[in-house]
Write a protein that binds this ligand. Structure first.
Ligand code: PMP
Length: 309
């Protein structure tokens, strides 16, 4: 199903009506997948006074780092990219939750799949977006037979357009099998992450997630939950996770900007504990949603409030 874009987009250095933000069919990024993107949520503040963007500087930093790996040459500093995003949110003046999608891409019309001497650009669109997975009903997951891209093939910690073919193959396999999403293993056979989210398990009260060297995308939600858990006194380990640990874990959940924090109910047909969302998952969800909806807490500094109206 096609998504509905908000009226204004950013393209070629300007905020324009989204219908005018068009590229040639010969664009390098369209032909070769040479783009890097971010996925950022804006939550309507609980008071209705505007939009709260969670960890905007971190999203911009990762976007520009991905761009740097693509040797993108853009005229904007990180602060300027943040300001462009804020300006676009103001211009679209949403009165509900939104998703913001900036894309750095090789915009030139060049035949060779190289990285230099090709014009780069930044394009941004926005869409209205509420929860797209039910936060209270646990997910049916499967371990994909598609292996997560490894760093020496397509840098796993870059958020590259072309790399998402890997996610699409895994997600497609999961959908065909009647599952909500896929869990991907890396070349070492260890758990890497979901098709578009990081993964945590809980065993004997310890929260465990794969290390940043497990071919994961270095998720901003993941990093936030590690901090929340530490502050709550929940023991946390970043270490390799075996596939069979998924089956016997007390809790498993996916986390990311899109899925937010979503519990797994079954994996490969095995019920996870009692099949319901567990207490640590619920606690982290509570802290996350309180933060992004603008309730004052220890993490309020992670929220950029964009006043609307
Ligand atoms: N892994 C992949 C492959 C993703 O697409 C995402 C979503 N950006 C994540 C992990 C989670 O990252 P974040 O928490 O920064 O959204």
């Amino acid at each position: 199903m096609d998504i509905t874009l908000m009226p204004y987009a950013f393209h070629n250095g300007n905020i324009v009506p989204h219908e005018e933000a068009k590229v040639s069919i010969a664009t390098h990024a369209l032909q070769y997948g040479t783009g890097a993107f971010a996925g950022i949520r804006g939550y309507l503040d609980h008071s209705g006074s505007g939009i709260n963007i969670f960890r905007l500087p971190d999203h911009v930093r990762r976007l520009l780092q991905s761009g740097q790996m693509l040797r993108a040459d853009l005229p904007w500093s990180p602060d300027e990219v943040q300001q462009i995003l804020i300006d676009l949110v103001k211009k679209n003046a949403p009165d509900r939750n939104v998703y913001i999608r900036p894309l750095i891409y090789k915009a030139g019309i060049v035949l060779s799949p190289a990285l230099t001497d090709i014009r780069d650009d930044l394009a941004i669109y926005m869409i209205p977006l509420d929860d797209y997975v039910d936060m209270s009903a646990p997910l049916k997951l499967m371990v994909s037979s598609w292996q997560r891209i490894e760093d020496n093939i397509i840098p796993s910690r870059g958020k590259f357009s072309g790399g998402y073919i890997n996610s699409a193959l895994a997600k497609d396999q999961a959908t065909e099998a009647g599952c909500h999403d896929a869990i991907m293993l890396n070349r070492d056979g260890k758990v890497s992450e979901g098709s578009g989210a990081n993964l945590f398990i809980v065993r004997n009260g310890t929260l465990i997630t794969a290390p940043v060297t497990a071919d994961i995308l270095e998720g901003i939600t993941r990093r936030s939950l590690v901090e929340f858990a530490r502050d709550e006194g929940i023991p946390i380990e970043e270490r390799a996770i075996d596939r069979s640990e998924l089956y016997i874990a007390d809790e498993v959940f996916l986390c990311g900007t899109g899925v937010q924090i979503a519990a797994a109910g079954t994996i490969d047909g095995r019920q996870i504990a009692d099949g319901q969302r567990g207490p640590i998952t619920e606690k982290l969800q509570e802290i996350y949603f309180n933060t992004v909806r603008g309730h004052d807490n220890a993490y309020s500094h992670y929220v950029t409030h964009v006043p609307i109206g």
